[in-house]
Design a protein around this ligand. Structure first.
Ligand SMILES: Cc1ncc(COP(=O)(O)O)c(C=O)c1O
Length: 378
């Protein structure tokens, strides 16, 4: 039987094991050590902001929101079309998410809708405490328009760049436009530490505070003294070693993910009813995952049927994220917008997108999709 083709798998660069061995050889087997320090410095160079290495992207979102002062009963605007880990840290802090619809141009937070909502709320004297922007699947969000609206009302922005590492907007890495961003090194991401995250901020004092909270907020004293709430959110020095090796190949991984996506686009160019995810004209979309929309009438089979056909052929694919306002967990939350995100969820599919996907395996995916559409194989 042919091995199953997975959606997005880890892809080591080669030097990871040397950094990990160094940690073992020198017995730096905890949440302090040279790998952590070097990984933070090298990552800071990559995104252009001081950074703190954490146990997950979710932890980075949590600390990022806390830095913005989000607390009990505050409202935080959040795109509805995202993974649940964008929204949950709002709830951890006792605040309330207000979900906004996507724009068709990027699938990210609709900047026109955001401007309108902020204007209305300013008039009602109920501006949100913060706005979260997500760079979905590696697509850079419209940061100029979003920041213009937020700056007008002095509402701070946290960029969820968990899926956006390697993407740029107007020539600069996503995350640095607002000056506060969370990244993820989960096993399925463009680079991985098996699990981990990074919080980056233009203000170095913020990073010091986040680092302090991430290690149980231990005050400077001879004994264990605590005056603030802390968390056990620090990355291990062993995993930071994997991160160092991975960071060395990030530009290559971006090229490989984009190559995979454009190969699919070209292979389906003659098929009706299958549309490639839009590519922002303002930057580099890494296409961390290769996403398409399926129009059943044109394509000849529904999105769900296509997922089942791929599955029977030993190929993993996934629907685009189910919007947060449709999740039972957030049934009570406020939602503002139309049905764009819902439509993207109902018709969107993510195809196998690993940077290590072989040409033979990609051809298997291509031909399974083509045959499902009633077309000939390539
Ligand atoms: C958009 C988004 N936000 C946040 C996260 C959370 O990152 P982590 O899994 O590292 O906690 C992820 C991925 O897992 C994600 O895709």
């Amino acid at each position: 039987m042919m091995p199953r083709i997975l959606l997005s798998v880890p892809h080591m660069g080669g030097n990871e094991q040397a950094y990990v061995s160094e940690a073992f050889d020198t017995n730096w087997l905890s949440t302090v050590g040279p790998n952590i320090n070097a990984f933070e410095v090298e990552f800071a160079r990559t995104v252009g902001m001081p950074s703190v290495a954490l146990s997950s992207g979710t932890a980075a979102m949590h600390l990022g929101l806390r830095l913005l002062g989000v607390g009990l009963n505050d409202e935080v605007i959040c795109p509805t079309l995202t993974f649940v880990a964008t929204a949950n840290p709002i709830t951890y802090l006792g605040a309330k998410p207000v979900f906004l619809d996507s724009g068709r141009a990027t699938w990210n937070l609709d900047p026109d809708l955001l401007s309108r909502v902020l204007r209305e709320r300013a008039n009602q004297n109920r501006l949100p405490k913060a706005v979260i922007v997500v760079h979905l699947y590696g697509q850079p969000a419209d940061m100029d328009q979003i920041l213009e609206a937020c700056n007008r009302y002095e509402v701070p922005v946290l960029e969820d760049a968990a899926e956006g590492l390697g993407s740029t907007y107007k020539g600069r890495p996503v995350g640095c436009h607002s000056g506060l961003a969370a990244y993820s090194f989960n096993g399925n991401k463009i680079i991985t530490t098996t699990g981990g995250g990074m919080l980056s901020a233009a203000n170095p004092d913020w990073i010091d505070r986040a680092r302090f909270w991430s290690t149980q907020a231990r005050d400077n004293a001879l004994w264990y003294e605590h005056s603030q709430m802390g968390y056990n959110y620090r990355m291990s020095n062993v995993l930071a070693g994997i991160g160092r090796g991975q960071l060395e190949v990030l530009p290559l991984r971006v090229r490989q993910r984009r190559q995979v996506a454009f190969k699919y686009r070209d292979a389906f160019a003659d098929l009706p009813g299958i549309m490639f995810m839009p590519q922002s004209p303002h930057g580099i979309h890494t296409n961390w995952l290769s996403c398409f929309l399926i129009d059943e009438a044109g394509f000849g089979c529904s999105r769900d049927s296509l997922i089942r056909v791929l599955d029977s052929a030993g190929i993993e694919s996934r629907p685009v994220w189910k919007p947060m306002h449709l999740q039972p967990l957030y049934a009570h939350a406020e939602y503002i917008g139309g049905d764009v995100a819902e439509d993207l969820f109902l018709h969107g599919i993510c195809l196998p997108s690993s940077s290590s996907l072989s040409p033979e395996d990609q051809l298997r995916v291509v031909n399974t999709v083509r045959l499902a559409a009633g077309a000939t194989a390539q």
